[in-house]
Design a protein. Structure first.
Length: 421
């Protein structure tokens, strides 16, 4: 295939806040060791709710990562994104507040992805007004619920002046931040871009809403195995929360400052099914086109892909359709490559998931380790690929693909590759 993008784009920094660990090292270690972050919900009363489990971030104290004033100004979805971005910047060796920064602040962009933004604050505030407990809103109410303030708070704290965008493409949001970041670099609108996802939407309102679409698992009696991607007994996804961030740079900029390069971003794509607001197209046409387009952008053939971090949410329909799409595009090679869904461990981080799962791909490429699909208990004859069941394993990974699909028929795919000059 002919490569259609211009120049190399590299990843120089990563940050993660997840239900299985805060910090990229802790997150990756937990993935490789097969730990799960799904537990009973204890932050609010679930007595009358059909779902009582979720994958929540644990032992997170915002004041450990930022001053108390900034913490008060941000909702958890912003805090998670902020902490991930801060880790990614440090990993990349970029401090825009230095007297002589390695990259000018006006040449650093930021793209933030979130699905529900500040919905938990909206629910709490409306409840207070409806019961008469509140007669007015918090002065920070608006700036804590709108999605773009996640990017704004990072930009303000770090003194950034480059392009700023907020992406809300359902569960493709995280991956789409990376695609948007690559486009900003390719158009020479920035030299580096912080691509961030943040989500903290677990509350009665979202549980009831998603349960109404039959999307959530109700395996309340066994939280640890509730998220079962590609398993015959899967019955819905588990809500998750967290944040992820990666730093994209032009290769020339990264090399000029002797930055450590984790991997190369070689392809990305976005498409829409144009079919239904919640159900994916039964033939996976949007997913197929999206994966195919990312290969075209990368200029590689399907049989060059070693690993796919699948969307694999653990829904009865969605998992089968993704498998069909992979088989349709990759043909015989579908049975030779590895496919896993890390959502068995983390639940579905929605807007943050695409970024944290891209980090899993980058680590797989760096360390030649395949993260597992947890809870592969009962084989599904319609899902018959190599899902790296239950245990990670060593395997050469030169090129990895990450998929993210969402409500509205949103599809996103990207490809990362071992870096070489």
């Amino acid at each position: 295939m002919e490569k259609t993008n211009n120049g190399k784009i590299v990843i120089t920094g990563m940050g993660a806040v997840t239900p299985i660990g805060i910090g990229v090292d802790n997150y990756w270690k937990s993935l490789v060791e097969g730990r799960t972050g799904v537990t009973e919900i204890t932050s609010f009363d679930t007595t009358d709710l059909p779902v009582k489990i979720a994958a929540m971030v644990k032992d997170f104290k915002p004041e450990d990562y930022m001053d108390k004033k900034l913490a008060r100004e941000m909702e958890p979805f912003m805090q998670y994104g902020y902490v991930a971005a801060d880790e990614a910047l440090k990993d990349a060796g970029i401090d825009p507040l230095q007297e002589t920064p390695v990259i000018a602040p006006e040449r650093i962009g930021i793209v933030f992805g979130t699905v529900f933004a500040g919905i938990t604050n909206v629910e709490d505030t409306e409840k207070g007004i409806a019961t008469g407990a509140h007669t007015k809103t918090n002065p920070r109410f608006i700036t804590k619920i709108i999605g773009n303030i996640g990017a704004a708070q990072i930009a303000i704290a770090k003194g950034l002046h480059g392009p700023s965008y907020t992406i809300s493409t359902a569960c493709s949001s995280g991956l789409d931040t990376i695609s948007m970041g690559a486009m900003l670099l390719n158009e020479d609108l920035a030299d580096a871009v912080i691509c961030v996802g943040g989500e903290a939407a677990t509350c009665p309102l979202t549980i009831l809403g998603l349960s109404g679409t039959h999307a959530l698992s109700q395996r309340n009696d066994d939280p640890a195995t509730a998220s079962r991607p590609f398993d015959a007994e899967r019955n819905g996804f588990v809500m998750g929360e967290g944040g992820g961030a990666i730093i994209l740079e032009k290769e020339s900029v990264a090399k000029a400052r002797n930055a450590k390069i984790h991997a190369e971003l070689i392809g990305y794509a976005n498409s829409t099914d144009g079919f239904h607001v919640t159900s994916p197209h039964p033939d996976g046409i949007g997913a197929i086109f999206c994966m195919q387009h990312s290969l075209q952008v990368a200029g590689i053939e399907p049989d060059e892909v070693d690993y796919i971090n699948a969307h694999g949410t653990s829904t009865p329909k969605g998992d089968v359709i993704e498998v069909k799409a992979i088989k349709s595009l990759f043909k015989d090679h579908a049975y030779k490559l590895a496919v896993s869904s890390t959502k068995g461990a983390t639940g579905h981080l929605m807007g943050a998931g695409g970024v944290t799962e891209t980090i899993a791909c980058i680590k797989a490429v760096e360390e030649d380790i395949l993260p597992p699909t947890l809870n592969q208990i009962t084989p599904d004859p319609e899902c018959d690929l190599d899902f790296v069941p239950n245990c990670s394993r060593s395997s050469t990974v030169n090129i990895a693909m990450c998929n993210a699909f969402g409500f509205g028929g949103q599809n996103a795919s990207l490809l990362v590759k071992k870096y070489s000059e």
